[in-house]
Write a protein that binds this ligand. Structure first.
Ligand code: P6P
Length: 338
């Protein structure tokens, strides 16, 4: 049977009453923006958009030209449609209100327009991550504080992976589904309905160069995996680290594994490395909907009550049993050292 398009999938979800017209429009607009970003990235050196932009973002990170371009693509695509009350981006210090010239809707869109962009210049997979919340009732001019909702309040989340093929992985709370960009048709078609992450895994994903900076339970957890069959885990493990969250998480979404960016003494003061609102929370929603688990190492990620738009958190996500094992190491350590 011919795979169905993203548009048909969304229309069927709307007819079934699971999403409304505004959310359908939002997802279509975001998908179109991701197609535009995919086209810009695929040109590589020929597009004249590689390299640094010569500017920095609120995170204190040097921006790549494509970071700035991707952010602009998202703003221009989403401002006029009437489906949003506001937007927030990794690349902007504060949330972005919908200009009064345009109609407003009931959704808040948060996004990392180009995650892993330091990999662009070496031609490694990067991605876009997005999260959708409802604007609180009665708020027409949302401020940063109105975005500070726990991950469990998300109505939609997704990522685009700009790899050998461009994929859009999406959830609206009824499973996680994968779509592949058919460049000849110019549309996303469903290639993975109802993705499921295996509970068990033999593959972990962490930047091991930070090991000496990790907390004790993280050191013990990884050491025990590295001991392999002869060690307490009783089996050998494999390690993968692409340093592009979308690429590492997509591998886990596809074949299982555990992804972690734990607290370390370098990022402890900031609360972690990865951002809660537009990286950890949307990925956690997608992973939980695919049967996996997502945690800070000490609590369910989507239960965290945000305190800031760019708040950082420690991250453990992927195969449910393995995430539970990693959390057990942390909670047992805390209990012994309380
Ligand atoms: P490190 C990319 O900059 C990113 O935000 C994630 O996509 C990725 O998982 C992580 O940081 C890589 O961090 O310290 O290994 O460069």
């Amino acid at each position: 049977m011919k795979p169905i398009s993203l548009t048909r999938f969304l229309i069927e979800e709307q007819h079934a009453g699971f999403i409304n017209a505004d959310l359908r429009l939002l997802i279509e607009v975001v998908a179109r923006a991701c197609k535009t970003i995919s086209t810009a990235i695929s040109k590589g050196e020929l597009g004249g958009v590689l390299g640094g932009a010569g500017t920095g973002n609120i995170q204190g990170e040097a921006q790549q030209k494509l970071d700035v371009l991707s952010n602009e693509i998202f703003l221009e695509a989403n401002e006029w449609g009437g489906h949003l009350a506001g937007l927030a981006s990794e690349e902007m210090e504060h949330s972005h209100p919908i200009p009064n010239a345009y109609p407003k809707g009931n959704y808040l869109l948060l996004f990392d327009p180009l995650d892993g962009s330091s990999n662009i210049d070496v031609n490694i997979t990067v991605g876009t991550i997005f999260s959708v919340l409802r604007c609180p009732d009665g708020i027409t001019e949302p401020e940063d504080e109105h975005f500070l909702q726990p991950g469990s309040a998300q109505v939609c989340a997704g990522y685009a992976s700009y790899g050998p093929s461009t994929m859009l992985v999406l959830t609206t709370g009824r499973g996680t589904h994968g779509f592949t960009l058919d460049r000849e048709q110019g549309s996303f078609v469903m290639t993975k309905r109802d993705m499921k992450i295996p509970d068990e895994t033999k593959e972990f994903s962490v930047n091991s160069s930070n090991q000496r900076f990790w907390e004790t339970p993280m050191q013990t957890y990884v050491d025990d995996m590295l001991k392999g069959k002869e060690g307490p885990r009783g089996r050998d493990f494999n390690m993968r680290w692409i340093a592009s969250m979308v690429a590492d998480v997509h591998r886990i979404m596809t074949r299982g594994g555990i992804f972690s960016y734990p607290l370390d003494s370098k990022c402890r003061d900031k609360g972690g490395k990865l951002r809660l609102m537009y990286e950890a929370n949307p990925m956690s929603f997608l992973i939980e909907q695919a049967g996996g688990a997502a945690s800070t190492g000490r609590m369910r990620m989507m239960d965290v009550q945000p305190t800031g738009l760019h708040q950082r958190v420690p991250v453990f996500m992927g195969s449910k049993t393995e995430v539970e094992t990693a959390v057990k190491y942390h909670l047992e350590f805390d209990a012994k050292n309380a």
